[in-house]
Design a protein around this ligand. Sequence first.
Ligand code: R5P
Length: 285
Amino acid sequence: MHILTFQNALDIAEHFEGLGKVVQVDERTFPDGEVLVRVPEAGPVVVLIARLYPGVNDSVFKLFLALDALNDMGVGRIVVVAPYLPYARQDRRFRPGEPISAKALLKTLANLSVGALVAVDLHKPYIADYVPRVAVRNVYPAEEFAERLKGIDAVVSPDFGSLHRAEAVARILGVPYTYFEKYRDRETGAITLMPRRDLELRGARVAIVDDILSTGGTLVDACKAARTLGASEVYAAVTHCQLLKDAREKVKSCVDRLVCTDTILNEFAEVKVGPLLRREVEKLL
Ligand code: R5P
């Protein structure tokens, strides 16, 4: 078996050593922006590891090209490992005429003979069922987050969409969990975040759990709401930390401790997903 990896995923591929021969994909970018890849060698079974962020569009297109090459080389079984699956926030058609980008991406992988995809914390778990031809394994590092959040009194999701994450972490820690609901004051237009269930946060050490930290707005709003409700400390566990614009400063202004995974590399990426991804791939093979 071959463990084929793009350069930006070499650190993840290290965790796959012993499972197959680790081979790096050659990558080039031409002056006009076009990309080219070359697969030096491949056997009948290939696990292809690709970080699809940053440089989303180039990374996705390089993945497509590598997959096409693998098809031409006659590879029989292809498993893609994409720690962060981009385009997943467009998981629905929000306006007529829009695509469901997450489905389009999976369909393309299916058309390129990908049999399985292993990813970390899909934006919405139901994305995994969009294209049945690709067996999608959605890995959530609940244990790893919980280990780093010991001593927490409650876990809060910034919205309903992340409640399953808060639940997974809270169950391991044996603490209550809830999510914030937005209330708009009809007169002033001011927005207040309130815990959905009647959960007392006064004096509590609270952990906010979410999948993506992009500009930091969602996390910081949730953090401020927790503080307004009396939280004594606020931690955050976010899977994919993009930390765009002034997100670092925003987070620092409210959050006591931020824990991210290394699906996207940054200074808060304490949780290494390589071992989890390997375990999932081993189950598939
Ligand atoms: C939203 O559905 C996601 O789960 C995140 O809460 C959101 O993408 C975070 O974005 P930002 O950091 O820009 O608020």
